[in-house]
Design a protein around this ligand. Structure first.
Ligand code: PLP
Length: 412
């Protein structure tokens, strides 16, 4: 048989909006021996993970657990479990991932109304409130931090309004959870979906979610026990959730003391997530938010010092993703290739209307460090000069150092 060389990924500094570098402690946890999924030693780890997730989402919700799959599996699990054909769903869109929510809601058979604003801007909460008054949706689905545009939507006012109007609010916090303040209970968010491969710095492959009893009521009304697990008297529910894998009514049974069998748990990923959450609890949420804010501010200061244009306004900036307009006449992909090949640094391009127009520098999780920020700014400056861009030499790193010295302009 053909022989293949040993796996040896090149060392990288990953400054994209995900996946990002993973803490070596998490990598170690991923390599521990497998436990059976009903072994009490493992179910204890499951319970601890749920408890730590309550701290991450800042909630008293009983239901906080990961879906096995990438972040969109969490989005899909929540939406398919609560949307019934014909339900009205409002999706305010300000970037690529609002379109993803729309797509999922449509596939669930919802009557979807979208509200769009130009990429690089966010909504005035009044616009969303007006759309709710007009359309009278059962559910609003929104993105908290848009990695495609580097913008962040304030949600507190929208959350309180949805609660007053008895509308369920589902939030994609894939990019923000663990890096940017988000308060599930205080903001009255009914369901929140996070991501592992961004500010939590765990590999991609799980999606932590939380939801409250308002969502749970909807899910339980659709509960149907799987064929093969039914006992006499268990009926098929005519409102049954159309996905088996993403059926939260079954999944919450699996995560409850009943431990009703569903899928085979992704044991190693759970070890990784638990270690990532343990690190977050040790650092403390506020300290973690401050680290992300400061590193984002240092990147912004460095980019401005190079004379480059930031994409999107300062007010709605997502502190963990800095978007930069590619200067006229510069081939953005050649710059990215040089950063990767000569400096071992990865930054991102963007999608849709922003393809070829902006670069995106992420500063998330373990990648959100002073070392990485100074490294990427120095490398970007050298690369731009190499490509003939008129950039003042040496200013970017100095501007970032000023931020670290405490001489900050408020940007987030
Ligand atoms: C805001 C947001 N939502 C959803 C997703 C989808 O996540 P995944 O690719 O892990 O399924 C991403 C991925 O980048 C994202 O940035």
């Amino acid at each position: 048989m053909k022989q293949y060389k040993e796996l040896s990924p090149p060392p990288r500094t990953i400054m994209t909006p995900g996946p990002v570098e993973v803490d070596p402690r998490v990598l170690r946890a991923l390599s521990y021996p497998i436990l059976g999924q009903f072994d009490p030693a493992f179910t204890e780890l499951m319970n601890e993970t749920m408890e730590m997730l309550r701290g991450l989402f800042v909630t008293d919700n009983q239901w906080c657990y990961p879906i096995d799959g990438t972040s969109r599996s969490g989005l899909e699990a929540v939406l398919v479990s609560i949307i019934e054909p014909g339900d009205r769903v409002l999706v305010p869109i300000y970037g690529r991932f609002g379109h993803l929510l729309t797509e999922i809601a449509e596939r669930c058979g919802a009557e979807v109304m979208t509200l769009e604003t130009q990429w690089g801007t966010v909504f005035d909460p009044e616009q969303v409130k007006d759309a709710i008054r007009q359309f009278r949706p059962a559910i609003v689905a929104m993105v908290h931090g848009e990695t495609s545009t580097g913008c962040m939507q304030p949600l507190r006012e929208i959350g309180h309004f949805c609660r007053e109007q008895d509308v369920l609010l589902v939030v994609d916090a894939v990019a923000t959870i663990g890096g940017v303040p988000l308060y599930t209970d205080d903001w009255k968010l009914d369901a929140v979906i996070g991501g592992t491969q961004k500010c939590l710095s765990v590999p991609s492959g799980m999606a932590p979610i939380t939801y409250n009893e308002r969502i749970e009521r909807k899910i339980l009304a659709r509960k149907s026990i799987e064929r093969g697990l039914r006992t006499p008297g268990d009926e098929v529910n005519s409102r049954r959730i159309s996905s088996n894998y993403f059926d939260l009514a079954q999944l919450q049974d699996y995560w409850s003391p009943a431990r009703l069998n569903h899928h085979t748990e992704a044991t190693s990923m759970l070890y990784g997530l638990r270690e990532g959450l343990r690190i977050l609890h040790q650092e403390g949420l506020d300290a973690r938010f401050e680290r992300h804010r400061q590193n984002g501010a240092a990147i912004v200061a460095g980019v401005k010092a190079m004379g480059l244009e930031l994409f999107g306004g300062d007010e709605q900036r997502l502190p963990v993703v800095t978007c930069i307009e590619i200067p006229q006449g510069v081939d953005g992909e050649r710059v990215r290739s040089m950063l990767l090949d000569d400096f071992g640094i990865e930054i991102a391009s963007s999608f849709g209307p922003l393809k070829g127009r902006i670069w995106r520098i992420g500063s998330m999780g373990y990648s959100s460090s002073r070392k990485n920020v100074l490294h990427v700014l120095g490398a970007l400056e050298a690369t731009l000069i190499h490509h003939g861009v008129n950039v003042p030499a040496g200013q970017a790193v100095q501007a970032a150092l000023q931020i670290y010295a405490g001489k900050e302009e408020v940007i987030c």
